[in-house]
Write a protein that binds this ligand. Structure first.
Ligand SMILES: [Zn+2]
Length: 743
């Protein structure tokens, strides 16, 4: 399932995605550079880092032919900011990308891809998670940047948030295997491949899910390792291994319950900051283990060093080449931060300063850990080792002073917020608070997290559970607005729209209604049938946020419900001006064109969706319907088949395929699809009548009778069907044209 869903997309992207630059000169002896970042990978869950339950033979083998850094650390336990550090060589204070939501990579900050491109490299990036979408600025400097995420493979069916490792590998392999430039002197390449699978939720493919039933997180890691093997095999097959520097690392770890944190993002402990770093390639002798503490900001300077263009300016990191060549390097301290608790939950931000031996964490109740004797950071020594704590705190303060004040986060588009939320990031507005309020220490707030997280992940799929959890949180802390915000989403999913509206009105009263909340409010008013109220709030939020797509889409929904189709069309057109190729706008434009019988326009919209995401089942089905109506039965049948291949229980596609086969004169082929459509539910007269007619055509009068009877139970007011039933009972063959399949 996983590979099928992405393969077509990958080939599609690659067919247009990569052309070798023809006119770049570069020294032929420069190595290729492959940077692999595995999201959410704790160092101590990798085999070569001593984990016995691991299945990571590929990374372990890489460590054997290269060097493994025993201690490597990230600067932020969040995907976007941490990757920004890896790709720019700067700490967050330098690159300014401080949280997943609300920031983009400033054009003033130079990236690895720009460096490599300037040095004559072909550059390509293949990413697998929404936080690295090009809208955040990560695509800069890449000739090819493939951030195509398939629709709806997330457990909660939130579209476009993750691509699985096999799909990303397929795409990267196609790029690697594309002939490039002049064969006599091909340009070296810089390739970044990002895998997202170990990020929660942990859902490895079937065989690994079975093997790692007790530890699905490890199953996800094993799956990525397998895919990495395919990537390395391709390098071997192309004789590229001996001229390629390979670096494998992670953006952050995963807390897995340590310190009360389930995933990552809030705390600055090694559970989420210690990552693997393995580097191998020509000039690096194998089997080494370096004790030098490596930092994410050192990755770019190191790779640049091996590629022959030492990167000394505008980086906070340093080349680790000496360490890779067997010399221990002096200790370079590491800065770390997370503004997540501050920006998303209204608690205190955390900052840390780490040396090889100690870590100091700045918090309302500060912490100091002796890393040599207390790797899991359980004994806070801040009182006892006062002088050392002061020393590290002073260095941290100096660093914080030196930095420019953090730029105000940009407002988040509702679509962005939705996708980040699907990945477990809350992503509301930055919490505003009254001046002088003491901030909650995240250590104290963390006890709310399990319930808040359960509420967030269940909000759409199990709203009753979510409502229960979030109500409990709100009873303890009525000020935790995120709980109220999320409960509104759960109420909406449970169909309790008036309660959702009530919760959102509370946020509004407290001046905490974000644009995203306002859209949820508008949608709930619409579902509650309060269309003009809905239009009012959506128009307001649209005026306040003219670059947002979602208010326009939601407003278009209101207009469609009011049968004001021209206005709806104009709104969707406006979305495309704000966000070109916005899939949901294209979809509605297609549907609106079908309504006005403009089949050509409808087909063009659905075709555009399929060009972007070949696996979009709804678009495949709708395009099939358009093909039927334009008399292209064969094409339609093919489209319906594709839709069913991707979603075998899609009742709509099954029914259309059955109908198309029946009217093309293949009743025996149609029969099983009618049956599957009815099984997929919900029962419809259209499916039952089609089944009845098809059974009649095949001589099964008793079967036909039963189908017609069920259909009449659903809707007694079908004179054609009643007549057909009577005919069938009498044993005479009714005229199949007499019963309409269309409801
Ligand atoms: Zn991440």
């Amino acid at each position: 399932m996983r590979s099928v869903a992405v393969f077509a997309l990958a080939s599609l992207v690659l067919a247009v995605g990569c052309r070798a630059p023809s006119s770049r000169s570069s020294p032929p002896d420069r190595p290729n550079v492959l940077l692999v970042t595995i999201d959410t990978l704790r160092a101590d869950h990798v085999g070569c880092y001593g984990y016995t339950n691991a299945s990571t033979p590929t990374i372990d083998a890489l460590a054997k032919r290269g060097v493994r850094f025993e201690t490597a650390v990230a600067h932020v336990p969040l995907t976007g900011p941490s990757h920004a550090s890896i790709l720019t060589g700067q700490i967050p204070l330098g690159h300014g990308f401080r949280n997943n939501s609300g920031f983009t990579l400033s054009p003033q900050v130079k990236t690895a891809a720009e460096d490599f491109r300037q040095a004559g490299y072909r550059t390509a990036g293949f990413v697998s998670g929404f936080p690295l979408d090009r809208r955040f600025g990560f695509e800069r400097g890449f000739d090819t940047y493939d951030d195509h995420l398939p629709k709806g493979n997330d457990r909660r069916r939130t579209p476009y948030v993750e691509r699985f490792a096999d799909g990303t590998t397929d795409a990267a392999l196609r790029w690697l295997q594309t002939p490039r430039g002049a064969a006599s002197q091909p340009s070296p390449w810089f390739l970044w491949v990002h895998y997202y699978d170990p990020h929660a939720p942990y859902e490895p493919p079937a065989d690994l899910a079975e093997r790692y039933r007790q530890a699905p997180y490890d199953g996800e890691i094993a799956f990525v390792d397998r895919q990495l093997a395919r990537l390395f095999q391709a390098l071997d097959a192309g004789n590229e291994t001996s001229r390629t520097i390979v670096a494998v690392t992670a953006d952050h770890g995963e807390s897995l319950g340590e310190h009360g944190e389930g995933t990552h993002g809030i705390f600055l402990y090694d559970a989420t900051l210690r990552v693997p770093l393995v580097i191998a390639g020509p000039q690096i002798s194998g089997g080494g283990v370096s004790r030098t503490v490596a930092r994410s900001i050192d990755v770019l300077p190191t790779l640049a060093d091996y590629a022959g263009f030492p990167r000394l300016n505008d980086v906070d990191g340093r080349s680790l080449r000496s360490a890779l060549e067997g010399q221990e390097m002096s200790d370079a301290p590491a800065y770390a931060e997370s503004l997540y608790a501050d920006l998303e939950l209204g608690w205190a931000p955390l900052y840390a300063w780490r040396t090889a031996g100690f870590k100091y964490i700045k918090a309302p109740r500060p912490e100091l850990y002796d890393l040599e004797h207390d790797r899991s950071e359980t004994a806070n020594r801040v009182e006892e080792l006062h002088a050392r704590a002061n020393d590290l705190a002073g260095k941290l303060e100096q660093t914080l002073l030196r930095a420019p004040a953090p730029a105000a986060p940009h407002p988040v588009d509702a679509d962005v917020a939705e996708r980040l939320r699907a990945l477990g990031y809350v992503s509301g507005s930055p919490a505003r608070r009254a001046a002088g309020t003491a901030l909650r220490d995240p250590k104290d707030g963390i006890r709310f997290l399990p319930r808040l997280n359960r509420g967030m992940s269940a909000a759409r799929t199990e709203p009753d559970v979510a409502i229960r959890e979030l109500t409990a949180v709100l009873q303890e802390d009525p000020g935790l607005l995120m709980a109220r915000r999320t409960r509104a989403v759960a109420y909406a999913a449970a169909g309790q729209h008036d309660r959702a509206v009530a919760d959102l009105r509370v946020l509004d009263k407290e001046g905490q209604l974000t644009p995203e909340d306002a859209i949820v409010l508008g949608d709930n008013l619409r579902f509650a049938g309060r269309l003009e109220e809905a239009a009012l709030i959506l128009t307001r939020v649209q005026h306040e946020n003219p670059t947002f797509a979602q208010p326009l889409i939601s407003l278009a929904e209101v207009r469609i419900q009011q049968h004001r189709y021209d206005e709806a069309t104009a709104l969707c057109e406006q979305v495309l001006k704000v966000v070109p190729d916005h899939i949901e706008a294209l979809r509605r434009l297609g549907d609106l064109a079908v309504l006005r019988e403009d089949l050509g326009a409808a087909a063009a919209r659905y075709e555009r969706i399929l060009a972007i995401d070949g696996g979009d089942v709804a678009a495949l089905t709708k395009l099939g319907v358009v093909r039927v109506r334009s008399g292209h039965q064969d094409e339609a049948i093919q489209l319906f088949r594709q839709a069913i291949e991707r979603d075998p229980r899609n009742g709509e596609a099954l029914l259309y395929l059955a109908g198309a086969l029946a009217s093309a004169g293949h009743p025996a082929d149609a029969l099983p699809y009618f049956e599957r459509a009815i099984e997929a539910g919900p029962p419809s007269t259209m499916a039952l009548n089609g089944l009845g007619l098809t059974r009649l055509t095949l001589g099964d009068a008793a079967g036909a009778e039963s189908a017609f009877r069920q259909s009449l139970r659903l809707d007694p007011n079908q004179p054609d069907v009643a007549r057909a039933l009577a005919d069938a009972r009498r044993g005479s063959t009714p005229d199949p044209g007499g019963v309409k399949m269309r409801k």
